[in-house]
Write a new protein. Structure first.
Length: 92
C-alpha cells in the first residue's frame, strides 16, 4: 500500500477524515484521561460504537452509518465498497 500524504495547509483534500479527526479530538481525546492502554482501547471501542450505531449523521440523511448500510443493502441488493461489512464484524 502506498502512502498518500495530504499537502501541508490543504486539509480539504480529505475533508471527511479531517472532520472525523476534529470530532474525535473534541469529544474523546480532550475530554478523557486514559490510565493505560486497555482503558484507551475500551474508550475508543465505546466511541466507535456510538459513532456507528447511535449518533445520526446529517450526510447520511440523519441515519447512523449502520442504518445507512442496511438501507443501501435493501435498495441495491448489495453494498459496494467500504460499506460492505457483515453483521458479525461488530463494526470494528
Amino acid at each position: 500500500m502506498d502512502w498518500h500524504y495530504i499537502d501541508p495547509g490543504k486539509p480539504q483534500q480529505n475533508a471527511f477524515i479531517e472532520s472525523f479527526n476534529g470530532s474525535l479530538r473534541d469529544e474523546l481525546l480532550n475530554e478523557e484521561l486514559f490510565e493505560n492502554l486497555e482503558d484507551t482501547c475500551r474508550m475508543m471501542a465505546l466511541c466507535r460504537y456510538d459513532y456507528n450505531n447511535v449518533r445520526p449523521h446529517s450526510a447520511l440523511g440523519n441515519q447512523t452509518p449502520a442504518e445507512a448500510r442496511r438501507t443501501l443493502a435493501q435498495l441495491a441488493g448489495t453494498v459496494p465498497g467500504a460499506l460492505a461489512q457483515t453483521d458479525d464484524q461488530n463494526y470494528e
